[in-house]
Design a protein around this ligand. Structure first.
Ligand code: NAG
Ligand code: NAG
Ligand code: NAG
Length: 543
């Protein structure tokens, strides 16, 4: 029943009261004329810089051949493969120098949006874009998009193909950066035990105790979706590089929603999509899911300002977020991420992201506790005996009831409810003490560029501490594994992209067209964008 519900999921998130209104594309520009077939002319100019080098000679010979006749892609790759073999024989000694030089060559190619060179470098020389080359590719794409807009031309298919190369490079580069994974037992409401259904709804908004006391059982709920059976939390210290989360470079990242892109610069829009796609691919990787089965359902950048009140999701300001479970907030949320665009201690104070778990005792802790209890009981008895004996010796009964502090907990170890928080406040309010009782709080201190990615179920209840000063920018995003019904695509004015040109058109119309729209139009566009996400962000052969 829920499996065909992707549309209603998206609709309920984008805006209320919407029917299946897929976008009608205004003919704002002369984007109908398509471009010339590929040419290889750019290879010629490029290799001249190193004409005294043996490699360049071979490459330029190759270019002549290519220019002389129309070669198939396989033929070209074959020639380059052989060239590469020759190169290895020629200069096996200075491997590093070669790869530097090749990387420079690759960098030059991306600046010209020469996607074929990037493809053949990867397949034949195993040279991939490094951070600097990926950055150059990104800005080449942004410039090409801006140029196309200024000239009212369609987007070149090279733009989308280069974006796919960038997304691939991003994932490869991410694999080398620090990540911490914490495996968890998946949890879901135990509907038989309690009034789970009702409690899963919005009650937590009024009473967080209601949420944390929800009876749970093991397992993944993942309504209508195809989640992995394993749950976890992943912390990426450098999910985005400094330059990628720079709010001066990407002013639009301060408060971006897909519903309102008219005034957002293309660099910010493309960078935002790039980061969300990186999250989507990381989820596929971490949870071993086919990329195609994971789609964003909600993603926006959000500003939290000290001293303001929360105005609900969807980009409003606010200075804290109450304890909740993402999947309880929305059935369709199966994987979650928060990406940080500012740093605690620099840009704001407070505002920890906190995982809030039931205080689980290890067997050892339980055993220790039992021994402690027995010891105290024994002390009590011993002391009682001593006092009684003393009293009896004096021929009198003790005047006061014997209170030997059996229930005074003078330990300060982890069984104390407040000690698991690293806040270390000396004066935690009574209310706060009650709130924390029996819970283990694991705070994460946000750092710009870092990200927390986790399964959205009840194993990952969390909250955001009040921000005490400054402004905190973050990008929450939520992904679903609910499939999009085929019907949804056939109802679109323009269906799924079948060529690179179609993909380029989707990027233009669904993201980059900078047009004024009515809210209802925007909803239709965002719906289509989210449903087509995978088809826009991956090469055709992955569809
Ligand atoms: C190469 O292809 C182009 C366009 O498809 C065509 O006009 C041209 O004649 C071809 N050249 C050769 C040498 O086959
Ligand atoms: C697109 O890529 C091809 C092949 O890599 C290249 O030859 C061509 O110059 C590029 N076209 C544009 C418009 O950037
Ligand atoms: C977490 O689970 C994965 C998959 O089951 C496993 O490969 C990994 O070693 C586990 N990590 C830890 C820290 O237990």
């Amino acid at each position: 029943m829920v499996s065909s519900n992707f549309i209603s999921l998206v609709t309920s998130l984008c805006l209320a009261n919407t029917v299946l209104s897929f976008i009608v594309r205004p003919s704002t520009s002369s984007v109908l004329s398509r471009r010339l077939p590929f040419s290889f002319s750019s290879l010629a100019s490029r290799s001249q810089q190193q004409s005294d080098n043996a490699m360049s000679e071979i490459l330029s010979n190759l270019e002549k051949k290519i220019q002389g006749e129309n070669l198939s892609q396989e033929q070209i790759t074959g020639v380059i493969d052989k060239t590469d073999l020759v190169l290895q024989h020629l200069d096996g000694s200075s491997e590093e120098g070669d790869s530097d030089e090749l990387q420079l060559r690759l960098r030059q190619a991306v600046k010209e949006l020469d996607v074929d060179t990037v493809t053949s470098f990867a397949s034949s020389t195993q040279i991939y874009m490094d951070e600097k080359t990926t950055d150059a590719a990104f800005w080449a794409v942004v410039n090409a998009v801006d140029k196309a807009e200024a000239e009212d031309l369609p987007l070149s298919e090279n733009i989308t193909m280069m974006l796919h190369h960038i997304f691939d490079a991003d994932m490869r580069l991410l694999q080398d950066r620090e990540k911490q994974t914490f495996n968890l037992t998946c949890m879901q409401p135990d509907d038989i035990q309690g009034d789970g259904d009702a409690a899963r709804r919005m009650n937590y908004i009024f009473d967080d105790g209601d949420h944390k006391n929800l009876p749970l059982k093991e397992g993944r709920r993942c309504e209508g979706g195809n989640c992995c059976d394993e749950c976890s939390r992943n912390i990426f210290t450098t999910f985005a590089l400094e330059s990628e989360s720079d709010l001066e470079k990407f002013p639009g990242l301060v408060a971006l929603t897909f519903n309102n892109l008219e005034k957002v610069d293309s660099a910010s829009i493309i960078q935002f999509v790039r980061l969300i796609e990186r999250v989507r691919r990381s989820i596929a990787f971490e949870y071993g899911l086919p990329l195609k089965t994971i789609l964003p359902l909600q993603a926006y950048s959000r500003k939290y300002v000290a001293g303001t009140t929360q105005q609900g999701g969807g980009g409003g300001e606010g200075d804290f977020v109450i304890l909740h479970t993402d999947e309880a907030t929305h059935d369709g949320y199966h994987y979650s991420c928060v990406l940080y665009l500012s740093t605690q201690g620099e840009d704001f104070e407070g505002g920890n992201f906190i995982f809030n778990d039931p205080l689980k005792k290890t067997e050892e802790e339980l055993k220790k506790e039992k021994e402690e209890q027995e010891r105290k009981e024994k002390d009590y008895t011993d002391e009682l005996d001593a006092k009684l004996l003393e009293a009896l010796r004096r021929g009198e009964l003790p005047e006061e009831p014997l209170d030997l502090g059996l229930f005074d907990d003078d330990d300060d170890d982890s069984s104390s409810p407040t000690s698991s928080s690293e806040e270390g406040e000396s004066q935690v309010s009574l209310e706060e003490q009650i709130r924390r009782a029996g819970r283990k709080l694991t705070p994460y201190h946000p750092v710009r560029g870092s990200a927390v990615i986790f399964s959205s179920g009840w194993e990952n209840m969390h909250e955001v501490d009040k921000i005490t000063s400054g402004t905190r920018y973050a990008v929450p995003c939520f992904f679903t594994t609910c499939p999009v019904p085929e019907m949804a695509y056939t109802q679109m004015k323009v269906g799924l992209p079948k060529s690179c040109e179609d993909q380029a058109d989707d990027w233009l119309h669904l993201l980059l067209a900078h047009r004024k729209e009515e809210p209802i139009e925007a909803v239709g566009r965002v719906k289509e964008l989210l449903m087509k996400w995978h088809f826009m962000c991956t090469p055709l052969e992955m569809h």
